[in-house]
Ligand binder design. Structure first.
Ligand SMILES: [Mn+2]
Length: 303
C-alpha cells in the first residue's frame, strides 16, 4: 500500500472474519462523518458491521454455488481527521486510488455519502478517465447548498462530483425526496438517467435489466456504484440519518444491484455502501439487512 499505510487503523475484527488484505477484493471502512445535516452516527457503522458480522451465517440471498467470502480481504478502516472535509476527501482519494491500482477494485463501507466524491476522484485518477456514476439513494444529493451557506455536504456532493469528475453518464435510481431547484439541475444534465422510486417499482425485473444493460453498454469505461441505504423503506432500514417513506423493498434494491454488477462486470471499480447509522437504529434492527446487502454485493461482484 505504498506510503499511505499510515492512514489505516487495523480493526479488532475483520468483516465476516475474512483475512486482512492480502488477496481478493479489498473491503475498506471509511468512517467519515463531517457534514451531517440531521441525525448523526454514520461514523460508527464500519466497526459495528464488522463486529456483528462475526455472528451471521455467510449465506447470500441467491445461492450461486460459490462462497462470496472467498473473493474478499479486509483493509481495515481509514483513519480520518474529524471535521476536516477537504483533507479527509484527499486521504480517501489517495488510499482508494492505491487500492484500485493494487487490487483492481474496492468496496467501501461508510460513513456519510460525501465520501463517494473522494472515491470518484480515485476512480478517475486510477483509470485516467471516469465512466458511469450510479447513485442509488432516496435523495439526489445535488443541492447547490445544504445547509444554506454550506457548499459541500452529503446533500450537495453529487454536484461537486459532476463538476470535478465529469462522469460520462450519471444514473439516479430510487430517489423520491428532493428540492425543486436540485431537480431542475439534474433534469438539465446531459447524459443522465433518472429513475424515481415510483419508476423502479413500476418496472419488472426484465425491464430493469434491459435498461441497466442499455445504459452500461452505451458508455465505455469505469463504473462507480454508490448505494445509500436510505433508498430502502424505513420499515426495512430505519437506521439512517435522513429516512424517507415509500422506499424500495430489499428485493427491489437487490434486482438493481445484481443487474449493475452483472452487466458492469470487471468495469465496476468501486462500490460504496453508505449512510447506515447505528445510533439511529432502534435495537440495531437494520444491521442484519445492511450486512446482507454487503454479502449480496460480494456474491454478485466479479473478481
Ligand atoms: Mn445520499
Amino acid at each position: 500500500m505504498g506510503n499511505n499505510i499510515d492512514f489505516y487503523v487495523a480493526s479488532q475484527y475483520t468483516l465476516f472474519g475474512t483475512p486482512r488484505c492480502g488477496r481478493g477484493i479489498p473491503i475498506l471502512g471509511i468512517p467519515m462523518e463531517d457534514t451531517v445535516s440531521f441525525r448523526p452516527g454514520t461514523r460508527f457503522a464500519p466497526s459495528i458491521i464488522r463486529s456483528w458480522s462475526q455472528y451471521f451465517e455467510f449465506t447470500p440471498t441467491e445461492d450461486l454455488g460459490i462462497d462470496p467470502l472467498d473473493k474478499i480481504c479486509d483493509l481495515g478502516d481509514l483513519s480520518l481527521l474529524q471535521g476536516m472535509i477537504d483533507r479527509n476527501l484527499e486521504r480517501i482519494n489517495l488510499v482508494v486510488r492505491d487500492a484500485i491500482s493494487t487490487w483492481g477494485r474496492v468496496i467501501n463501507i461508510g460513513g456519510e455519502h460525501t465520501l463517494s466524491l473522494g472515491v470518484a476522484k480515485a476512480v478517475r485518477e486510477s483509470q485516467g478517465s471516469y465512466g458511469i456514476y450510479i447513485h442509488v439513494d432516496a435523495h439526489l444529493d445535488s443541492r447547490e447548498e445544504w445547509p444554506i451557506g454550506q457548499s459541500l455536504s452529503h446533500a450537495t456532493f453529487v454536484r461537486h462530483l459532476i463538476n470535478q469528475v465529469k462522469p460520462q453518464l450519471i444514473v439516479f435510481l430510487g430517489f423520491r425526496s428532493y428540492d425543486r431547484e436540485e431537480m431542475n439541475f439534474v433534469s438539465r444534465l446531459e447524459n443522465s438517467i433518472l429513475l424515481s422510486t415510483r419508476d423502479v417499482k413500476s418496472m419488472n425485473n426484465h425491464e430493469l435489466r434491459l435498461l441497466m444493460r442499455g445504459a452500461i453498454d452505451s458508455y465505455p469505461g469505469s463504473i462507480h456504484l454508490s448505494i445509500d441505504v436510505d433508498v430502502l423503506d424505513p420499515s426495512v432500514m430505519p437506521g439512517v440519518g435522513n429516512p424517507e417513506g415509500f422506499g424500495l423493498s430489499y428485493s427491489e434494491l437487490l434486482r438493481i444491484t445484481k443487474a449493475i454488477l452483472d452487466y458492469g462486470d470487471s468495469r465496476v471499480k468501486a462500490v460504496d455502501i453508505v449512510e447506515y447509522s447505528p445510533p439511529n437504529d432502534p435495537g440495531l434492527m437494520s444491521l442484519p439487512t445492511t450486512i446482507r446487502l454487503i454479502l449480496d454485493v460480494l456474491n454478485y461482484i466479479r473478481t
